[in-house]
Unconditional design. Structure first.
Length: 192
């Protein structure tokens, strides 16, 4: 007897939404050139987000706090994309089990980031770039939490909110950096 699944043709989201795939590739490649596309399964982008991809100036001593590279992520698409947002999973640093169980860290139980306040926030027309900017901001807030200079991450994130920028130097001074050593070629507070 033949298994009926053998005759099933698997179709993923980018075959159904080729314009959306072209849009995502263009937007992500332009804003986040450190990410590389992998087309297995429903697809994923993997790589490094910039340390500070925001419009306003980078806070002093950010390199001392989080290092030169920023956040290593996997942006994991599901077959229901774009109706369902992709999961953004931090790979470096990777949140620990305790951080996955306390909502103040904005991390889901599976280790992906909680970047939307509710399901209705994502319309399916939104740009993945907006989620990636929030993830880059999450990296900074994660370091501030680890340095014990904030008690919880913000609801809005730091993409457009500079309230935590002044705390970066304070957190770097605590000696609770979330990076071992910044590269020798990078000077304090200088963007790369």
């Amino acid at each position: 007897m033949q298994d009926s699944r053998e005759n099933t043709v698997r179709v993923t989201w980018w075959q159904c939404e080729p314009r959306r795939m072209a849009r995502d590739r263009a937007e992500i490649s332009e804003r986040f050139p450190g990410l590389e596309w992998y087309g297995r399964g429903a697809g994923a982008w993997v790589g490094w987000l910039p340390r500070w991809p925001f419009v306003r100036p980078e806070p002093s001593r950010l390199v001392d706090l989080i290092g030169f590279d920023g956040l290593k992520v996997a942006v994991e698409y599901g077959h229901a994309y774009p109706m369902v947002p992709p999961l953004i999973r931090p790979l470096e640093p990777e949140p620990g089990l305790l951080e996955r169980t306390d909502h103040k860290w904005h991390v889901m139980g599976d280790g992906s980031l909680c970047l939307l306040q509710d399901d209705a926030t994502w319309t399916g027309r939104d740009s993945v770039v907006d989620l990636l900017l929030k993830a880059a901001g999450w990296r900074v807030e994660y370091a501030l939490m680890k340095a014990d200079v904030i008690e919880a991450m913000t609801l809005r994130g730091i993409v457009d909110d500079d309230q935590f920028d002044r705390l970066v130097a304070l957190a770097a001074d605590t000696g609770t950096s979330t990076v071992d050593e910044p590269p020798d070629a990078v000077e304090d507070g200088v963007s790369g």
